[in-house]
Design a protein around this ligand. Sequence first.
Ligand SMILES: [Zn+2]
Ligand SMILES: [Zn+2]
Length: 266
Amino acid sequence: MLPYATAGEAEAALGRAMTWAEAAWFRYSVATPDYYLYCHHIVIFLVVYTLAPLPLAVLQLRAPAILLPYKLQPRMVGIRTGLPLPSAGETAAQMAVYLLLEDYLGYWVHRLLHTKWGYEKIHHVHHEFTAPVGYVGLYAHWSDVLIIGFPAFVGPAVVPCHMTTLWLWFVIRQLALIDAHDGFDFPLNPANFIPFYGGAPHHDYHHRVGRKSQSNFASVFTFCDYIYGTHKGYMFHKASLAKLKEMAQNSTEKRETMNFIGGKQA
Ligand SMILES: [Zn+2]
Ligand SMILES: [Zn+2]
């Protein structure tokens, strides 16, 4: 949101008249919060990724002979596009491998981003939100998106799959990312029935304390943090919350008993 109420104020601050582009930007952004402006990148991302590769994808399908000398690879390595479609069992097994590989590599990549250099130069942008919402999953420095997104490609590279499985994998990965940032812990969330699933409580704590805690680096599951000892701050936090809840419950019960006795004596 721009700190000027009118175009006149903006031009006074600039010390000159606005250009055509500046005037257009002023009209568009003057009353829009910065967070919503930032979220535009998701639309830009979708549009660019949909439209930019399209001409070359069409060329690839048509494969005119004149272009063949410029084509590097004969086909997309490893990823199947034909029939038959993969069975449910094959798809589930590949999903399990991709999730485990992404979680393990993502844990170490995320830990590296929490070193002094990684945090100050790159990862601090993602941590601007101490109480995130679903959109914050993609709110990060552009290099953070590339670095932390890399482990998601390792599974399909190591264990190639069908194109439809690849699409499903990226949908599941994005849903897990959104769930980790949405700030809710619904008891009937189906993901909570997956063993060692971290979800929002696990990642919410990571955002609340940021770099200071050195806790909860894993993206999907909780076991890497247990194995490498980066769960201690979270465990302490959970134990403190449980104790506070117990104390509050005890004091409520005590107050109700006193009220009951007081009522009988009156
Ligand atoms: Zn982080
Ligand atoms: Zn996050």
